[in-house]
Each structure stands twice: as C-alpha cells, then as structure tokens.
Design a protein around this ligand. Structure first.
Ligand SMILES: Nc1ncnc2c1ncn2[C@@H]1O[C@H](COP(=O)(O)OP(=O)(O)OP(=O)(O)O)[C@@H](O)[C@H]1O
Ligand SMILES: [Mg+2]
Length: 359
C-alpha cells in the first residue's frame, strides 16, 4: 500500500494541510510541539479510526472547532486507487471508502495496513500480555482472511460463558459452552502458534542487524495447561472459574513469552535494546504481511532520534529501504542530510501546525 495524497483539517494543532507523499521516505521535521506526531497520528486515524496516543478521541479535534476531517488517496498492492475519508465530531464519526460509507473500521484497516514505531514501542515487551496478544492478532488479521471471524466468534461464546458464570447459573448452562468455546479457541491457538513460528524464523536476522548480543527465545503459551486440550482445561477448571465468576482458560489468557537465557527479556535488556527487539518483532510482522498477503504496510516512525544510537538508527533505516516500504518519519533535527540508503524522499517541515514541503 502506498499513500499518495493526504489532507488534514482541524486535527490537533493542524488547521489545514495537504501532502503529496513520496512512495519511499517522507521526513517530517520541526521543533517540539510543532505538530509532527499529529501528522502521523492523522494517518493512523485514517487507517484505524483511532489514535495511537490516546483513547480520548475528542482531544483529536482542534480546540475551538467542532469536527475534524481527514482524507487520503492510496493505491493497494494490485495498483488499484482508493480514497478514504474520516469526519469526526463530538460523538459522531463517518468513515468513507471509495465514496461509500463504511460501518466497521476493520474494512479499511484490511486495505490500509500500517505499522507504527514509536518511542513507546518497547511497551510490547514491558507491559502485560495483552499488548503481545494484540501484536499476534494484528498480524493474523492481515495474513489470515478467516482470523477476524474466528476471533469474533470466540469473543461471543466467551462472553456467553462468562455471563453464565457471573449470573450463577446452573453448572449445565455453563458447561454447555465448553465444547463450542474449545473448538474455536483451539483454532485461534493453532493460528497463533503457526504465526509465532513464522515470526521466529525471520527474527534472528533482524536482531543481528541491531547487533543484539543475545539469542531471544519466543514461546507461545496458549492460555491453558500443556498437554491437555482446551476442552479438558475448561472441564478441569470449572470450580476455579465458578469461584472467580470468569473463564480462566483459553486464548484470551495466552502469552507470547520473550526470554533471554530464561530471563524475561523486558527485565534483562536496556531500554534501547528493548526497543530494538520490539522494532524487530514489528518488522518481521511487516515482512510476513508482505509475503503472505502481498500487501506491504506503510510505516509510521515517530521520533527517530529517541533512544537509538547512530548504528541502530541507520540499521533500521537500511531495513526499511531494503523492504521498499513507504515510510513517514519524524525528527527534530533533520536538515536535509539524507542517509546513504535513502534514494527517494520528500522533506516536510512543520512549524506551529503549518506544513511546508522543502526542496
Ligand atoms: N486538540 C488540540 N487542539 C489544538 N492543539 C492541540 C490539540 N491537541 C494537542 N495540541 C497541540 O498540538 C501541538 C503539536 O503536538 P505534537 O505532539 O504533534 O508535536 P510534535 O511536533 O510531535 O512535538 P515533539 O517534538 O515534542 O514530539 C502541541 O503543542 C499540542 O499541545
Ligand atoms: Mg512528537
């Protein structure tokens, strides 16, 4: 996927701006508070209907205005052109794709894959298992056409079983959900296990480029005890689940464990190393997306100067250049000095919400 043009109105501190993007690198420079991250956030919002910085969507509308508008043209892997638009007011949202109104953000997300690298990317290692399950789910959503439907089915059955547990219903009206939950849960688990194996097979080469001096071990833990089926786990844990009024076995409790010599990677690595691991995992995900679905995600890289030393920053730029993906990146100190690996680029400078293309 390549973004061709982007128009932003009344988004954060950006009043009205438009960009005609480079198919390769797009550097966005400016001082602190200029509006650089907001440009990336606007692209992210077009692909997902939400922000990567906040869950409070009303903060996205420029102060003093009652709605924001985003619009972009892009071409997909088959070279087909599309238009996507988002209009957001306080409590209202209209998403359009190729002039038709779209109800679910996932319809756009499938055509508009984005991979976001930010100073907070190390959270993939540092925070709870939910971030890592989301990582797996994002990847599978883009490479397995059936995954979303299977996942939604699982969520539905799980909430029915949990409701029965919460409402203290008869044992039979709880266990009636075991078989359907186990059958869909095992499917999710198989998808995720396969996906982890695929990520693992690409990971070492990437970590080597970041010069990580350790071997990282990836292990998918499915969310129930080893060597038994999910149906057996649900059966075995029924008393436990009744006491807690919630289902405690299944892929909603899965973990992607990341260890280095048996230590959790998050407590072993330096901040910059953690970020390199997170970037590597995300990069492998992009690679799989391109290999398996044919669609190369657009990269959003906020604050290239944060945490990485020159070697790591150049290594990652080189990886992106080799992948021929479109990249939007922000920096406070780009002065037109382009790294050697970048052959095609545009440079945009933002000042107090105003963006200019530099030549
Ligand atoms: N809803 C809003 N309306 C108007 N301005 C806003 C709104 N939300 C945030 N801002 C302001 O927009 C400005 C740009 O923020 P942004 O995070 O994009 O800056 P930045 O260029 O990425 O800065 P940094 O280099 O510090 O990361 C900030 O001054 C912020 O306070
Ligand atoms: Mg910023």
């Amino acid at each position: 996927m390549k973004l061709q043009t982007l128009k932003i109105s009344h988004f954060r501190n950006l009043t009205n701006l438009s960009i005609s993007a480079d198919p390769s690198f797009n550097f966005i420079s400016g001082s602190n508070g200029a509006g650089k991250t907001s440009v990336l956030e606007a692209i992210y919002c077009l692909g997902t209907a939400r922000s990567f910085r906040t869950t409070r969507n009303n903060l996205l509308i420029q102060n003093g205005f009652d709605k924001l508008n985003l619009f972009a043209t892009f071409c997909d892997r088959l070279g087909k052109d599309h238009q996507v638009g988002l209009e957001k007011g306080n409590g209202s949202k209209r998403f359009r794709l190729d002039k038709s109104e779209v109800q679910r953000a996932s319809e756009i997300a499938r055509l508009f894959p984005l991979q976001t690298f930010t100073p907070d990317s190390h959270a993939l290692l540092d925070t709870g298992p939910l971030a890592r399950r989301r990582f797996l789910d994002w990847g599978l959503f883009h490479v397995e056409p059936d995954y979303l439907a299977v996942w939604q089915k699982y969520r539905k059955i799980l909430s029915q079983r949990n409701a029965a547990l919460r409402n203290n219903q008869s044992r039979q009206s709880i266990t009636v959900w075991n078989e359907p939950l186990a059958s869909v849960g095992e499917q999710i688990s198989n998808f995720r296990q396969q996906y982890c194996d695929q990520i693992s097979s690409h990971l070492d080469a990437c970590l080597e480029l970041f010069q990580l001096p350790y071997a990282l071990n990836l292990e998918y833990r499915p969310g129930w005890s080893k060597n038994i089926t999910l149906a057996q786990a649900l059966e075995n844990k029924i008393e436990f689940d009744l006491a807690r009024a919630v289902t405690t076995s299944g892929p909603h409790r899965a973990e992607l464990s990341l260890t280095i010599e048996k230590h959790p990677a998050s407590s072993f690595l330096s901040r910059g190393e953690s970020k390199a691991v997170a970037f590597s995992l995300q990069f492998c995900q992009m690679k799989l997306c391109a290999l398996l679905s044919g669609e190369m995600p657009v990269v959003i890289w906020d604050d290239v100067d944060a945490e990485f030393d020159e070697v790591r920053r150049s290594a990652f730029l080189q990886l992106l250049a080799d992948m021929d993906c479109q990249t939007f990146l922000t920096t406070t100190n780009f002065a037109g000095a382009v790294p050697n690996c970048v052959s095609s680029y545009k440079w945009f400078h933002v000042e107090r919400g105003d963006l200019k293309e530099m030549v």
